[in-house]
Ligand binder design. Structure first.
Ligand code: TYD
Ligand code: MG
Length: 513
């Protein structure tokens, strides 16, 4: 028998309380707690109140020797999309649950309909369309040219019914679009609330595991970028795929952020076309776009730099833009888009303390062009160059790529896969790479058309980045004796050295003259 008890669950973080609270004690958001009825039925096992064993036979509780467990690795299910299979670690594992998370309108339903289309050649596919009517799905499917594929569309929202359907099917792939649109009839709260999402996912997961169906759940992302309907969902599923990109620029990147059956190092890159998503062979060229046109020019605008970011086995060349603009705010703004804000703070601090570029009276904005979030420390050096050149208002060499992690002492630290990054830069027509000085000799050398400049510190990197200029903290006193010209302003102190050794640099007019 169901008892009527309630709890209040935070819709932001999933925290639950026995009494109503105006402010969540876990994540401090206001007015986010919503009342949910707790259903206690006899089928619940008591394992944290979760319906873990609903579909498992009670008798099978004897432990099994590891070597006697039947292997499920034998048959991975191909999705029919090569790059997606790679991100999954070789395809979907039967009985696994994959969560596909992303902003609304990014293309989750489109991708999964395409998966349904190509995978239906080998598998029975059930597509539960919770967000759209069967007719709307048909419209989209006709656009994707898949009306004749064997895909079953189910427009039901009740997860208990969906679970029953999965148990009847006993195989294939089920796609639930989306977990926020389905509901568990025994829960009192509205679809999409934390409790509903958790219970619905649990119902589907236990059915999928019982009959070895591979399930893909679609999950929406909240304002702050986390997967709506709490982190619990991330712990419950086997694989979490994050789908992101810039809607205006057609480019989409799919990454595994959690994978129980493979690495999380792979990424797949797609473009959105009028016939759905298609795989991209040369994403860097697409991402750099206009920037490639200035390769042969003499100078790149101040506040820009090109980085080589590692995305699994690929290298993505991206343009980073920064703007340092004077402010009277006591706490200047530090805003980053596509770049981790804490890393921005750290780089700004290193530039100020170790290089001597005053940033404490400037607002800083950093943007990675292309709408892709970069989580690769090798991008540090490019971000530092973009910020420094914006602050100093100096142009850089357009043919340079900046690779390196920045440490707190201002040193440039080695990065993984340096060779691959340099190769990609070369392939795209760049002529210079500023890289960390390695203790061992590099397996490749500068050549007539490609110059590799090894640097130990950010200061050295800036000297290489800004032609004809020596940014130096230490030079401030000594440069007079050496006959160097010192330029100072209220915000920055630096010296220039026109005779410096910048072999391999194109002749660039000095804009400070
Ligand atoms: P959709 O898959 O509905 O996004 P989600 O399920 O993540 O909310 O994608 C919606 C966008 O994709 C929509 O703005 C239109 C665009 N789109 C195309 O550009 N080409 C296509 O062939 C399709 C089906 C959609
Ligand atoms: Mg959708």
């Amino acid at each position: 028998m169901a008892k009527n008890r309630s709890r209040w669950v935070c819709q932001e973080c999933g925290y639950s309380s026995n009494a109503f609270l105006g402010k969540c004690t876990e994540c401090s958001s206001w007015g986010s707690l919503v009342e949910e009825k707790i259903i206690e039925t006899k089928t619940k096992s008591g394992l944290g109140g979760q319906n873990l064993r609903a579909h498992e036979p009670e008798a099978d509780f004897a432990p099994v020797m590891l070597k006697d467990i039947a292997s499920s690795e034998t048959g991975r299910i191909t999705t029919g999309i090569k790059d997606l299979d790679e991100v999954l670690g070789g395809g979907l594992v039967p009985g696994s649950v994959t969560l596909l998370a992303g902003d609304p309108g990014i293309g989750k339903s489109t991708l999964l309909l395409q998966v349904a289309k190509s995978a239906s050649q080998y598998q029975k596919i059930l597509y539960v369309a919770g967000e759209e009517s069967a007719n709307q799905v048909r419209l989209r499917a006709s656009r994707l040219g898949m009306l004749d594929s064997d895909v079953y569309i189910d427009a039901r929202h009740n997860v208990v019914e969906i679970g029953k359907r999965l148990l009847e099917w006993r195989e294939g792939v089920a796609i639930i679009d989306s977990i926020q649109s389905v509901y568990h009839p025994e829960m009192g709260s509205a679809p999409g609330s934390v409790g509903q999402v958790r219970e619905s996912a649990q119902e589907i997961i236990s059915a999928a595991k019982a009959v070895n169906t591979a399930v893909i759940l679609v999950g929406h992302v909240t304002k702050d970028g986390s997967i709506a309907g709490p982190r619990v969902l991330e712990h419950m599923v086997d694989v979490v795929l994050q789908f992101e990109g810039d809607r205006a620029r057609q480019l989409r990147i799919l990454r595994a952020v959690k994978n129980r059956f493979g690495s999380t190092q792979e990424a797949a890159i797609f473009t959105m076309t009028d016939k759905g998503l298609s795989e991209v062979d040369n994403p860097s060229a697409l991402l750099l776009g206009e920037r490639l046109n200035i390769l042969g020019k003499k100078q790149a605008p101040s506040g820009t730099a090109v980085i080589a970011s590692g995305e699994g086995n690929r290298v993505l060349m991206l343009e980073v833009q920064a703007l340092a603009s004077g402010t009277n705010l006591a706490a200047p703004r530090r805003v980053s888009n596509g770049w981790d804000n804490n890393r921005l703070l750290q780089i700004a601090a290193v530039l100020e303390k170790k290089v001597g570029i005053m940033l404490s009276r400037s607002d800083l904005y950093v943007n990675v062009v292309g709408g892709i979030d970069i989580d690769d420390p090798a991008g540090d050096l490019g971000v530092a160059v973009a910020i420094a050149t914006s602050s100093l208002d100096r142009s850089t060499d357009p043919g340079s790529v900046f690779i390196g992690e920045i440490g707190l002492t201002g040193e440039v630290r080695p990065v993984v896969a340096l060779e691959r990054r340099i190769k990609e830069a070369r392939r795209l027509g760049f002529t210079r790479a500023v890289v960390p000085a390695a203790s061992a000799p590099l397996p490749f050398k500068s050549s007539a058309d490609f110059n590799i400049i090894q640097v130990h510190t950010v200061t050295e990197a800036l000297n290489a980045a800004i032609p004809g200029m020596k940014v130096s903290f230490e030079l401030k006193d000594s440069d007079k004796n050496k006959g160097k010209k010192t330029v100072s302003s209220s915000r920055q102190v630096y010296a220039r050295d026109r005779e410096g050794d910048y072999s391999g640099l194109p002749e660039i007019p000095d804009i400070m003259d």
